[in-house]
Design a protein around this ligand. Structure first.
Ligand SMILES: *Cc1c(COP(=O)(O)O)cnc(C)c1O
Length: 360
């Protein structure tokens, strides 16, 4: 069967072994005689999977006991609004670190429910030094996006924000490396990048933040009510949750855990940046080295015409969806956990060949 290396930013590539498992479970899941697409969210089999998924995540990410793990819908962008709704019942002052397109949009959406202050704004190639940020020590939270999927900008370190709860959109970087959960008030990640397929959002929230919702918060998106009902306030998206479970199993059983995975990820992306930097300017990535994303690698070619040829010829070579986001143009290679090293090697081989052919 023909499969391409899928470099899309999301929904993203899934491991073949996971897809094969889905194929089996499509007819009958766990000897229930019921498809995973038919199984009820309140059946013992499903609830058992959900409980085990939570405990696997707790272990894998070392999530402290005073944090709740929630499975919510609404996608990443839904939580751009649900976060200020849930956290600003007592205090509407919030700080946003704008490092790219996603955090900028999160700040815009939050402004409807909170008094947003922009702490700093990234330039096209870097993030201003933390010493220049205007942090409010009385803010309800500080928000940031550790990895800006569209711009290819990533924070190497967790920002220091004192006692103010730190809220982070880990949609494109969750489980790609170790994180110290205890440094955060709230972590969220929409699933379609590193956690399976679209339709579910993982939310990790510190207990003391659960009781701060504004009156306008819809019941279904009230984190406290969700926590009380183990994310089963209404019909949880069953298949996306099951897919997250398969992805977590894949990390544990086939990737040797997060430390090993993170090492592989760093090796994969270092090769790609080396290819770009050693192309004599044929390919360019202008992000300052310390802020370069280890996951989403945007780059440009000398002309729009060459970019068109690049995308077409790459596709013929089995390398797909290398186009950049429509807001920034150019090309982009997303190297999520499921992208094997062979895929990156093949991309580099193609890029070198292409540059040789077209550079005058
Ligand atoms: C993809 C992405 C989103 C958008 O998620 P949706 O589920 O489509 O709303 C938000 N934030 C980041 C960092 C992303 O990469």
């Amino acid at each position: 069967m023909f499969r391409v290396y899928n470099f899309a930013a999301g929904p993203a590539m899934l491991p073949e072994s996971v897809l094969r498992k889905v194929q089996q479970d499509l007819l009958s899941w766990q000897d229930t005689g019921t498809s995973i697409m038919e199984i009820g969210h309140r059946t013992a089999t499903f609830q058992d999977m959900l409980a085990k998924l939570e405990s696997k995540l707790r272990k894998l990410m070392n999530i402290p006991n005073n944090y709740k793990v929630l499975f919510s819908s609404g996608g990443g962008q839904g939580h751009f609004s649900f976060i200020p709704m849930n956290l600003c019942g007592k205090n509407k002052a919030v700080d946003y670190i704008v490092s790219g397109t996603w955090s900028e949009r999160a700040a815009k959406y939050a402004a409807r429910y909170a008094d947003v202050s922009i702490v700093t704004t990234a330039t096209l190639s870097s993030i201003p030094a933390p010493a220049t940020w205007k942090l409010n020590p009385d803010a309800a939270y500080v928000y940031y996006c550790p990895n800006e999927t569209i711009n290819g900008v990533q924070f190497a370190d967790i920002p220091e924000v004192g006692d103010v709860p730190l809220v982070a959109d880990f949609t494109s970087s969750i489980l790609s490396d170790e994180i110290d959960v205890s440094k955060f008030g709230l972590i969220f990640a929409s699933a379609q990048k590193n956690l399976g397929i679209a339709g579910i959002t993982l939310l990790i929230i510190r207990d003391d933040l659960l009781d701060q919702a504004q009156a306008c918060t819809p019941e279904i998106f009230n984190y406290k009510l969700q926590a009380e009902q183990n994310s089963l306030l209404n019909t949880i998206p069953t298949v996306p949750t099951y897919m997250m479970d398969l992805m977590v199993d894949w990390i544990i059983n086939e990737q040797g855990g997060i430390v090993n995975l993170a090492q592989n990820n760093r090796r994969k992306v270092a090769k790609l940046y080396a290819c770009i930097d050693n192309s004599n300017g044929f390919y360019t990535n202008t992000i300052e080295k310390q802020y370069r994303s280890l996951i989403n690698v945007p780059f440009t070619l000398p002309t729009e015409d060459l970019l068109k040829h690049f995308l077409v010829e790459a596709r013929q070579f089995g390398l797909a969806y290398l186009n950049g986001h429509k807001l920034v143009g150019g090309a982009r290679a997303s190297l999520y956990n499921a992208m094997p090293e062979e895929g990156v090697d093949k991309l580099i081989e193609f890029m070198q060949h292409f540059a040789k052919k077209y550079a005058e």
